[in-house]
Design a protein around this ligand. Structure first.
Ligand code: G6Q
Length: 537
């Protein structure tokens, strides 16, 4: 696809936001509420089951309008249409971007290169459902006839963070007699800890790798195979204890996994956009095919909202615009995401990859250096833990830290008063951040300036459907921002250099003779010191 990105900083729409931002610089959220008593009701928006309150931000209706014009000028509507049309909007990799097809209902048609991809998606989902059910009911057994009690997903990055996050998020819906573990790190401690107390006869490994060439995953998968065979001592056992999720059948077969037990996906699914594909197999085994489908329905509901709602009433788009406002006009460098639900512990880590790998770019789609700030540092942990740790800096530090607060009306477990206490804190924090409090006389350290911007996302309950809605919301927020900044949100060339240099260093660490080191003096000295410490020359 030939996309000619607009150099957004040179457009009148961007200039209008710049001028407007100067007039908003010293405006306090307190004053915005005082001058508009209805603000807390009017600056809200619903998308699927998610309710967004964006009133506690340093902005007005005019701000949203001006930012929406920027998005229009950047071609957001056209890019959304191009994505759904299967055009190659991932320009640097020359690929379509069709994670939205992963959750399209049976019968919908989404085509790329003249092929409707939805039937193939459902064919894989159906195979996954059959397999997941066999494992859950115990019909699928290990080599010795034992039922599977632990599933170990081996994958990294997009082939790990999504299923690991969602497995935690949907624990209340999980089949408890089967546990899932996630091994990603090439540090041997990861696989060691994951397998140390397991019975190989009841362990199923899912090797999840789009390419099936990733160093960490293949190394861990080989170690897992050795561990299994050290106990079950028959190569035939591999077929009963290993399945694969990949796009690379040849490599899967080469590893020794029966390709009948391989679940495929496609090059139009980016790694960090993939846990609703077969990459979610471990999750499906845990929660079952029905819950998995409910999750896909949630994704789809937000997809439809994003595709159809006008920009000013579009929840993911609005989150994107508000992010651009602070990122580019207030110099905010980070974005906090603070879920008030313990099951979402890994949600910020998941979003870190989604957002930072997608929008951590400094060239435009046409290869020019960007001249606006792009993706922020994303971080966070579940509330209320952060309140007793780093919230201090958000309240009284010198930086502007836009924060998304995510909370739920109903708890996953009614335990005493816990949920009301949790949610009281949830509401109190955004109130305190926005409005602050004057200092008592002579105690300036007790001054809360307020004016700290937050979005509140309130959902009925954390269910599979709502999880899908939340993830789709952030996926589309990221696209919205990428379009405005004129970058490719779907490639990840930044991970390449480190991989390449590591491959060069591997033989230097293991060499029996002193290797000729031709790095910089720091790297040479560190490698020599490591070799010496390992008893090598
Ligand atoms: C995600 C990235 C990256 C990828 C991993 C694993 O968008 O592409 O995180 O998911 O490098 O790759 P494989 O699935 O090919 O092993």
């Amino acid at each position: 696809m030939q996309i000619s990105p607009v150099r957004i900083s040179e457009t009148p729409e961007w200039h209008a936001v710049t001028a407007h931002s100067a007039s908003m610089r010293d405006v306090h959220i307190r004053d915005l509420f005082a001058s508009d008593p209805a603000r807390g009701r009017s600056m809200t928006l619903d998308g699927a089951d998610l309710h967004l309150d964006y009133s506690k931000n340093r902005l007005t209706a005019e701000t949203i309008d001006l930012l929406a014009r920027v998005a229009e000028r950047a071609g957001l509507r056209e890019r959304i249409a191009a994505m759904w049309a299967g055009e190659h909007i991932n320009v640097s990799e020359d690929r379509a971007v069709l994670h939205i097809a992963l959750r399209a209902p049976r019968g919908q048609s989404i085509t790329t290169a003249g092929v409707n991809v939805v039937p193939a998606v459902h064919e894989v989902l159906d195979r996954m459902a059959v397999f997941a059910e066999r494992v859950r009911t115990g019909e699928w057994t290990g080599y010795t006839g034992k039922q599977i009690s632990t599933v170990v997903n081996i994958g990294i990055g997009g082939s790990d963070l999504g299923p690991a996050m969602a497995y935690d998020a949907l624990r209340p819906f999980a089949e408890r007699h089967i546990g899932c573990r996630f091994v990603s790190n090439v540090d041997g401690s990861d696989i060691w800890e994951a397998t140390e107390d397991l019975d190989p006869a009841s362990t199923l490994f899912i090797v999840s790798s789009k390419t099936f060439t990733t160093l960490e995953t293949i190394t861990n998968a080989k170690t897992a195979r050795d561990w299994l065979l050290a106990n079950l001592s028959d190569d035939a056992a591999v077929a009963k204890h290993f399945v694969a999720v990949s796009t690379n059948a040849a490599k899967v077969a080469e590893f020794g996994i029966d390709t009948d037990n391989m679940f495929g996906f496609w090059d139009w699914v980016g790694g960090r956009y993939s846990f609703d594909s077969a990459i979610g197999l471990s999750l499906m085994i845990s929660v079952g095919a029905n819950a998995f489908r409910e999750m896909l329905d949630g994704f789809h509901a937000v997809d439809e909202h994003y595709r159809n709602a006008p920009i000013r009433e579009n929840l993911p788009a609005l989150l994107g615009l508000i992010g651009v406002w602070y990122n580019d006009f207030f110099g905010a460098e980070t974005q906090a995401v603070l879920p008030y639900n313990h099951y979402l512990s890994r949600f910020p880590a998941y979003l870190q990859q989604l957002d930072m790998e997608s929008n951590g770019k400094s060239v435009t789609l046409s290869g020019e250096p960007v001249d606006v700030a792009t993706g922020p540092v994303v971080w966070g942990t579940p509330g209320t833990n952060g309140q007793h740790a780093y919230y201090q800096l958000i309240h009284q530090g010198t930086r502007i830290i836009p924060a998304d607060f995510i909370g739920f009306v109903a708890p996953n477990h009614e335990v005493g008063e816990h949920h009301d206490l949790l949610m009281a804190n949830f509401f109190a924090q955004t109130e305190a951040l926005a409005f602050g409090r004057p200092a008592p006389d002579g105690q300036p350290y007790r001054y809360f300036a307020g004016n700290h911007p937050t979005n509140t996302i309130l959902a009925p309950k954390l269910t599979p459907r709502v999880l899908g809605e939340l993830v789709a919301t952030y996926e589309h927020k990221v696209l919205t921002q990428g379009v405005i900044w004129g970058i490719d949100s779907f490639d990840q060339w930044g991970v390449e250099l480190g991989k390449e240099l590591a491959q060069r260093i591997v033989p230097e660490l293991g060499a029996s003779e002193t290797p000729d080191l031709a790095h910089d003096s720091s790297t040479n000295t560190l490698i020599a010191r490591y070799r010496a410490g390992r008893g090598r020359k």
